[in-house]
Write a new protein. Structure first.
Length: 263
């Protein structure tokens, strides 16, 4: 009698446990924290470079291209070698002022989501008024290969891609299972670590990683309803840049040059 009751009791418990296992598994997965990450990328194009701060989750990403010191511009490099010692000293003071003004401007955050084929960017117009720019994305077609390589301690896997006649080699980290990436490089089955454009020889290289991120960026996307297209915004910027360069090249005195640069 006791043996029969004991066997029935354990049969019931075993059945209940089998029924609860899927529930326990679901609860475990559902309560796992979603990791956010932060990475820094260098975009290298010949002698020019850009530094990109990149915050990411499984399907959302925000990035910002850092503003560079004006001394890295071609305007500065071409002018500084032609100036006298005194003019150079005056010029450097103006450059410091320009850099301080640039650093005081709000960051130009770009927002993307894997559920959409566009990004939104906080920009400034010529009068330094905020404007929202929408940019439709066209993506690289990736083929994952079996090659592996350890880069800065991360085991990476190779992929090759094509887009608009361009050929790419990329390395990504499967251990960080996100498909987000800056620029138009998303779609890999792991975080992008390194990319080479085999046609132009430009590179994108991750130089820093926090996984999980110590702090998420405090930023919100601009209003898509009031956004203008990237093509229209770039055309406005091109016209203003051409006018600015013309004024710089036509400056005949140091005073004229400094007034143009400070504008």
């Amino acid at each position: 009698m006791y043996m029969h009751i004991g066997k029935h009791f354990f049969t019931v418990i075993r059945s209940l446990l089998l029924l609860m296992l899927p529930l326990l598994s679901f609860q475990f997965v559902a309560t796992q924290p979603t990791k956010n990450g932060y990475a820094v990328y260098q975009f290298l194009n010949g002698n020019n470079y850009e530094t990109i701060d990149f915050w990411f989750s499984a399907d959302t990403y925000i990035y910002n291209v850092r503003r560079k010191d004006f001394r890295a511009s071609n305007d500065y490099k071409s002018r500084i070698i032609t100036l006298s010692k005194q003019d150079s000293l005056n010029f450097e003071k103006v450059i410091d002022t320009i850099n301080k003004k640039n650093q005081a401007l709000p960051p130009r955050y770009i927002y993307g989501n894997l559920r959409t084929n566009f990004t939104l960017q906080n920009e400034l117009d010529a009068d330094l008024h905020p404007v929202c720019v929408i940019d439709t994305l066209h993506f690289i077609s990736w083929e994952v290969l079996s090659d592996t390589l350890t880069i800065n301690g991360l085991l990476c896997q190779k992929a090759k891609g094509t887009f608009a006649g361009m050929q790419y080699d990329a390395w990504f980290a499967p251990s960080i299972p996100v498909s987000v990436a800056p620029l138009q490089l998303r779609g890999l089955p792991g975080l992008l670590v390194k990319l080479n454009n085999l046609n132009t020889h430009t590179q994108v290289i991750m130089t820093y990683l926090e996984w999980p991120a110590k702090q998420w960026v405090k930023a919100t996307p601009c209003n898509a309803a009031s956004a203008i297209g990237r093509t229209a915004f770039n055309e406005q910027a091109r016209i203003l840049e051409a006018k600015h360069r013309k004024n710089i090249s036509s400056s005949k005195t140091m005073i004229e040059l400094l007034n143009v640069i400070e504008q």
